[in-house]
Design a binder for this molecule. Structure first.
Ligand SMILES: Cc1ncc(COP(=O)(O)O)c(C=O)c1O
Length: 797
């Protein structure tokens, strides 16, 4: 429990996979020959359902999501029943397409509807009839048959309905279904119900066998003091002779039992953390981070407000010892009804303690108002032995907000409400750079040197040198009209997004410390840092970070660039790198290589003005490669053929301690660059959408929404950074999604934009740029690998 709390945060539900499997096994042993169907309504979590299905249960489903969950969990269609009083045409059509074991119909109307669907498909759909019998259930906490309800067909209507059914060629009568009630704890009541249902079936089976008679279930679980757990052996003792006799009379017909609560309740606990204690007017409360919003049943919704079995643990999961006191546990809601345990007698709770509600595996999150006050659904975790997996993550607020943004109007009509940091007031002050960026972007297409124009602008100079240590920075941000003395990383990314609306290519052409600056700061000696950063005291300096190689991509460990050392300690660098990054205009950069013998990693600092001779005689070659889009980025190849280097060029002081740091630094550098690439792609996309909106183009509303959703997700990633917990897979995911969005947007334009706009050079350039983000920073496989690593390590999405 404490481990799950540490991994996934509170509040959460924790399910025990072994207990789920054991429960199905107990049922199958106790009641041999009975077909068990798991009612997904009790807990539709895919991980829970898949374990029950694997243990031999079929599935009873009510909605499209439950149906698809059952399938995804591995239930074959012929082990699925669909039950419910208001099935939609979509649900029925899907069930018929799959040919599930039976659709349990409640009326003749519904039978006719299913018949039409089946005939239209040329199939015959098995159906069962749900009967509301003339007898009634005693002993169920909630009775659902034998009285007026919306469920099933009244028993007296049965003969006429059967006659009508026989005339419907698209249907085959496969079963009978009676559901008397739920939360039954008495074996005698279950036996009495079953006896009456089987007698009713005897009458119906006079016409021939059915596949099954579903006698309901309703097996209960003891939650409250004074309740006695259902005695499964006693149920078996009463039911087995009855079922054996029934099978003897009707050899072709199976007895089916559908169970929700009994299969899952005791396999789950709800864990919530105590935020603070409060004593008020003589009473003691522990206020928890999750309450009835996540566990409505514990607060009495659905049945009586009485305490669930409960235990209190310290933050390490140890049971709290001490003299019991009387207190109540409440949740985060705004209502005094939000009490999940009242007047319990346990040791005094302390903030950060974990409160655990047992027997909570059924009717938990899916039967609770999880969105009330916006706290959202809890994480759900499943344990198989010692192994914990995140079965369902707690959705982040960003995704929930972005799903419901009512955004269809062009931005000029309805100003976008952007998430922080994209709403920072300083960003609007960048708008004055638009003309310069658009003009320079156009010139960069032909002339890489055009980026010098950008440097003429003082604000651009200050933006370019973000990341240069103060001691070397001649162009501090504090001297600009932005009103900023520093630029935290999330705001830096937001600035890049804003500028990319104007021209993404210009940003890539700017001569800042870019990727290599971070590595030099992390690993370089003071002398190397000075050599790298000093030029920014009074002018621009282009830099490059050469890791990527033509055949191995940016997987640093697989690189072939190597450093050879001879017996006298002389060193040479050989290899080939291909990268986005202005090498041709750079005065300094880093090359990632391995020492030939030891495979130790190293970053080699190349200062171009010291290497003129080597360039001249071909030991160092730099070639610009043709690109289509993002011309300012300058795709280039750098080749080194026994380029002489000295120890002072190898980053760090040469000790082995820096080796690990080297890898860490590279990872960190790439990691920080991924949100930047996403910001470039999204900014460029925004620029395109704005231009389309100005021209009155329609047909892009879905992409507007997608754009905003992605911006929210990027904001979430940046928040992770700001809180010091970057998550590689989330970053990779947003980078891939932003690139895919960019592609989709560019692809839509030829079909949907006004013709005149297609000739607009600015839009055309942005469209070309939109397609070029794919090759920036890490191949897709690296991002997929990140996603896989996170999956294997069970890191929340
Ligand atoms: C038709 C039907 N089947 C199955 C169930 C599951 O009940 P339980 O979780 O008590 O087993 C219900 C509960 O309402 C139901 O109405």
């Amino acid at each position: 429990m404490a481990r799950a709390a540490g991994l996934f945060g509170t509040p959460f539900y924790l399910y025990d996979g072994d207990a789920l499997r054991a429960r199905v096994a107990q049922l199958r042993t106790a009641l041999p020959g009975v077909a068990f169907f798991y009612s997904l309504k009790a807990n539709p979590n895919l991980s829970v359902v898949s374990r029950l299905i694997a243990a031999g249960a079929g599935a009873e489903v009510c909605s499209r999501l439950e149906l698809e969950t059952a399938l995804a969990a591995g239930a074959p269609p012929d082990r699925i029943l669909m039950v419910g009083p208001a099935k939609s045409a979509d649900e029925l059509a899907r069930a018929v397409d799959l040919g599930i074991a039976a659709i349990v119909a409640d009326s003749l109307d519904e039978l006719e509807e299913i018949d039409a669907l089946a005939r239209a498909r040329g199939t015959v759909q098995p159906v069962a009839l749900r009967i509301n019998p003339d007898f009634s259930a005693t002993g169920a906490r909630l009775s659902m048959g034998g009285r007026a309800t919306q469920f099933g067909l009244d028993q007296p209507l049965l003969p006429d309905t059967l006659t009508a059914l026989r005339a419907l060629p698209g249907l085959r009568l496969a079963g009978l279904h009676v559901y008397m009630g739920t939360r039954i704890l008495s074996p005698e009541v279950i036996a009495a119900n079953t006896r009456q249902i089987l007698a009713l079936a005897d009458e119906m089976l006079a016409d021939g066998p059915l596949d099954f008679v579903d006698v309901g279930g309703g097996f209960g679980v003891a939650y409250h003091e004074g309740e006695v757990p259902l005695d499964l052996a006693a149920v078996a003792g009463a039911l087995n002779p009855m079922i054996r006799a029934f099978r003897a009379r009707h050899p072709g017909t199976r007895v089916a039992i559908e169970l929700g609560r009994y299969m899952v309740a005791e396999a789950g606990i709800f864990v919530t953390r105590i935020r603070r204690n409060k004593r008020t007017k003589g009473e003691q409360f522990a206020i928890c981070d999750g309450g009835s919003n996540l566990h409505a049943a514990a607060a009495g919704q659905g049945f009586m407000r009485r305490n669930f079995p409960i235990s209190l643990h310290d933050a390490e999961g140890q049971p709290r010892a001490g003299t019991p006191e009387r207190w109540s546990a409440t949740g985060p809601l705004c209502t005094p009804m939000d009490v999940i345990a009242s007047g319990i007698e346990l040791p005094a709770p302390r903030p950060d303690d974990l409160l655990c509600l047992h027997h909570s595996g059924a009717y938990g999150p899916s039967a609770s108002p999880t969105d009330f006050l916006g706290f959202g659904a809890p994480a759900e975790v499943i344990a198989d032995g010692d192994r914990l997996s995140l079965a369902s993550p707690a959705p982040r607020w960003q995704e929930r907000l972005s799903r419901q943004q009512p955004l269809s109007a062009p931005p000029s009509a309805a100003p976008l409400v952007l998430p922080a940091p994209f709403d920072h007031p300083a960003l609007a002050r960048l708008d004055g750079l638009r003309a310069l960026f658009e003009r320079t972007g156009a010139r960069l297409e032909e002339d890489p040197a055009a980026c010098a124009d950008l440097w003429q602008e003082p604000l651009v100079r200050a933006l370019t040198t973000i990341g240069v240590p103060e001691a070397f920075n001649g162009f501090p941000l504090s001297q600009t009209p932005l009103g900023l003395s520093e630029c935290p990383y999330p705001l830096h990314v937001a600035m890049i997004e804003r500028l990319a609306r104007m021209d993404a290519s210009c940003i890539l052409a700017l001569q800042g410390p870019s990727l290599s600056g971070g590595a030099v700061l992390a690993m370089g000696t003071p002398d190397q840092q000075a050599r790298f950063f000093a030029p920014w005291r009074d002018g621009p300096q282009g830099t490059f970070f050469a890791v990527t190689e033509p055949e191995v991509g940016s997987d640093a460990s697989a690189g072939r660039t190597r450093i050879d050392t001879d017996s006298e300690g002389r060193m040479w660098l050989s290899g080939e790198k291909m990268l986005v990054g202005n090498i041709a205009r750079s005065s300094v950069g880093l090359v990632f290589a391995h020492h030939a013998g030891s495979r130790r990693a190293a970053l080699v600092l190349l200062e171009m003005d010291r290497l003129a001779r080597e360039i001249q005689n071909g030991q160092l070659g730099i070639a610009r490669l043709p690109t289509n889009g993002l011309r300012g980025a300058d795709l280039a190849r750098i080749t080194m053929e026994r380029l002489p280097i000295d120890p002072g060029m190898i980053l760090g002081d040469g000790s082995t301690a820096t080796l690990r740091d080297g890898f860490m630094a590279i990872n960190g550098v790439f990691e920080r660059n991924r949100p930047v690439v996403a910001a470039l792609a999204l900014g460029n996309g925004r620029g395109i959408l704005d231009r389309l909106a100005i021209a009155g183009a329609t047909g892009f509303a879905d992409l507007e929404r997608r754009h905003l959703a992605l911006l929210h997700r990027l904001a979430g990633v940046l928040e992770d950074y700001a809180e010091g917990r970057p998550r590689a897979h989330r970053i990779s995911q947003i980078k891939l999604q932003a690139v895919a969005f960019s592609d989709a947007l560019a692809a839509r334009i030829p079909a949907r934009a006004p013709q005149a706009l297609l000739a607009d050079p600015l839009l055309r350039r942005k469209m070309r740029d939109a397609r070029a983000f794919e090759y920036m920073e890490g191949t897709s496989s690296i991002h997929l690998l990140n996603a896989f690593r996170a999956f294997a390590a069970q890191v929340p999405a």
